[in-house]
Write a protein that binds this ligand. Structure first.
Ligand SMILES: NC(=O)c1ccc[n+]([C@@H]2O[C@H](COP(=O)([O-])OP(=O)(O)OC[C@H]3O[C@@H](n4cnc5c(N)ncnc54)[C@H](O)[C@@H]3O)[C@@H](O)[C@H]2O)c1
Length: 254
């Protein structure tokens, strides 16, 4: 497939959360291939270090990896400040990290509820709050939040995750209004079922795949790069008048 080149992304400072594996790793690679200056945070050090080395070996600018547990807001703020010091003001934020661990509603405790919301929603707001002043000073920016088709499709088996992902869409629309005066755009990508290593290893079954393809208009499985392409466009100046948008990339499922 021909890959688009976005001249506006060259040298742009981009932060991807949860960039060590899965869709986030595809985003880090896609931005590096555009000549952007990419930073990413994650808790998974080994795959993160391997990814940065692989991209540097391929001749791209080496992404800057910073270990950070996003449920720790003080650590998140410190990581964002460090990226700003090292690479310059962040003008693209990709709020990608999440964890889709399954859980039974009958077993839910207040503590586990808070922990699930912390890993799947809260950090997206606090990352926005920390980067917005940098974007404002730089004359604008683009923020891409990550939702999910799961709650649109009434998927059960993980109520705190589906609640958090519904919240991401509300966060997107509210912050798009608040940040527009500073030329900061806020959009949300809503992935369908994407064939990451984790999804293939943990959840993909022949029946699940058949059911997925029955429900999608396009009868092909989605790859992480399909999501990264949408993220690139939302980050680039080509989408300069697009904000408050909710973008399913799901082969036509919801
Ligand atoms: N893969 C899918 O089918 C799918 C479907 C719908 C939505 N999404 C959304 O797309 C985004 C990416 O999903 P993915 O499938 O690549 O996920 P993944 O689980 O494969 O990767 C998530 C990354 O985030 C990191 N991470 C998790 N908790 C963290 C924490 N506390 N601090 C820092 N980093 C942390 C992980 O280490 C990992 O590298 C998520 O927001 C997810 O909800 C994915």
């Amino acid at each position: 497939m021909t890959e688009a080149i976005y001249p506006s992304l060259r040298d742009r400072v981009v932060l991807v959360t949860g960039g060590a594996s899965g869709i986030g790793a595809a985003e880090v690679a896609a931005f590096a291939a555009q000549g952007a200056r990419v930073a990413f945070v994650d808790i998974a050090d080994d795959p993160a270090i391997a990814l940065a080395a692989r991209l540097a070996a391929a001749g791209h600018p080496e992404p800057f990896f910073q270990h950070c547990d996003l449920t720790d807001i003080a650590a998140l703020r410190a990581a964002i400040a460090e990226v700003g010091r090292r690479l310059g003001p962040i003008t693209v934020l990709v709020n990608n990290a999440a964890n889709d661990q399954r859980h039974r509603w009958e077993d839910m405790t207040p503590e586990y509820w808070d922990e699930r919301l912390a890993v799947n929603l809260r950090h997206q707001f606090f990352a926005i709050q920390a980067v917005a002043p940098m974007m404002k000073a730089a004359g604008g920016g683009s923020i891409v939040n990550f939702g999910s088709v799961s709650w649109h499709a009434s998927q059960g088996g993980m109520p705190a995750y589906t609640t958090a992902k519904a919240g991401v869409e509300g966060l997107t629309r509210g912050m798009a209004r608040d940040l527009a005066p500073d030329n900061i755009r806020v959009n949300c990508v809503i992935p369908g079922w994407i064939m990451t290593e984790r999804q293939i290893n943990l959840w993909l079954t022949p029946e699940g795949e058949a059911n997925l393809l029955r429900n999608q208009c396009l009868k092909r499985k989605l790859e992480p790069a399909d999501i990264a392409r949408m993220v690139l466009w939302l980050a680039a100046d080509d989408s300069r008048m697009v904000t408050s948008g909710l973008f399913p990339v799901d082969g036509g499922r919801i």
